[in-house]
Write a protein that binds this ligand. Structure first.
Ligand SMILES: Cc1cc2nc3c(=O)[nH]c(=O)nc-3n(C[C@H](O)[C@H](O)[C@H](O)COP(=O)(O)O)c2cc1C
Ligand code: SF4
Ligand code: SF4
Length: 267
């Protein structure tokens, strides 16, 4: 028996995805969506879903470590269809390929994958004037739209109980040849973090946003450098711009999707 409406869950961790998946949801009519923030760590019953989406951003040419750990922690879902999706600022690298492998290892049947070029959330880039604020360009948007249409077609196949033999995958040549960048460089590149105690109002947002549990408030943030991965989430999300490094202070923050991107995705 195949369901009339597919129950679909998207497991996500990134700034843009709640907007993105709402757009996709509007374009796709034969599936009901739920979202699951992989950082929230609640015990949602995943067994009831027919279709799974895994969505994250490129982190040093690969999958963010906390997202990899999240996929590792899932029980096997035995042949449930799944798609993988990522955003990237310059080069997606191995992200989609690694997501594909991780999700496959859990027994999912990958039916589609796509990478979307979006503005840079890695603060050193916008701080140096390389924020890619215009991404995605027209061609990339068209590719994204085509992907959504093809994907919609696949959903009909699934509803009819047919097996998808060949996934729709949008990798480019560079993705295959580039290695993932060693994650240890990220922490080195960021260096020590400091807090301006005149700006910090001890709101705790940085602690909440840290994917690696590396921040304690005492009463201003203290960083545990053994746990820190140099992901810049605390820097990006501090509303007072109180967190700074040796090289970057008060510049390059990306706490929410760029307005150009939001406008483009509303079309
Ligand atoms: C710590 C960190 C590392 C990143 N590494 C890369 C990278 O290797 N390649 C890339 O193209 N973008 C990289 N980015 C940029 C993001 O992948 C990109 O801006 C993405 O579109 C952000 O998606 P979001 O707004 O949905 O979170 C990195 C961002 C961060 C914060
Ligand atoms: S988010 Fe900023 S203002 Fe809030 S506690 Fe952290 S450093 Fe202080
Ligand atoms: S950079 Fe900030 S948010 Fe990221 S792991 Fe380190 S302390 Fe946590």
């Amino acid at each position: 028996m195949t369901p009339e409406i597919l129950k679909w869950i998207i497991l996500l961790s990134s700034i843009i995805f709640l907007i993105l998946v709402n757009i996709v949801a509007n374009k796709i009519t034969n599936a009901e969506f739920d979202f699951y923030n992989t950082l929230r760590n609640d015990n949602r019953d995943l067994e009831k879903y027919d279709l799974f989406g895994f969505a994250t951003f490129t982190d040093f040419l690969g999958v963010p470590y906390f997202f990899k750990k999240f996929i590792d922690s899932l029980h096997s879902m035995y042949k449930k269809p799944a798609f993988v999706f990522n955003t990237y600022g310059i080069i997606s690298g191995k992200t989609l390929i690694h997501m594909n492998r991780l999700v496959n290892l859990k027994g999912f049947n990958i039916i589609a994958g796509h990478s979307l070029h979006t503005p840079e959330s890695y603060p050193p880039m916008p701080a140096r004037g390389n924020g890619n604020e215009q991404a995605p360009n027209k061609r990339e948007m068209k590719n994204f739209d085509n992907f959504i249409s093809e994907f919609d077609g696949l959903l009909n196949f699934i509803k009819e109980g047919k097996e998808i033999k060949k996934p729709i995958m949008g990798n480019n040549f560079l993705d295959y040849i580039l290695p993932a960048y060693a994650r240890t460089h990220a922490k080195q590149d960021m260096g020590n973090k400091y807090v301006d105690d005149k700006l910090c109002d001890q709101c705790g947002i940085c602690k909440k946003k840290c994917p690696y549990g590396a921040i304690e408030l005492n009463p201003i943030p203290i960083f545990d450098m053994n746990k820190c991965y140099g992901c810049w989430a605390c820097y990006n999300h501090c509303p007072k711009l109180a967190i700074y490094t040796k090289k970057f202070r008060g510049i390059g923050h990306y706490p929410k999707p760029h307005k150009n991107l939001v406008e483009k995705l509303r079309i």
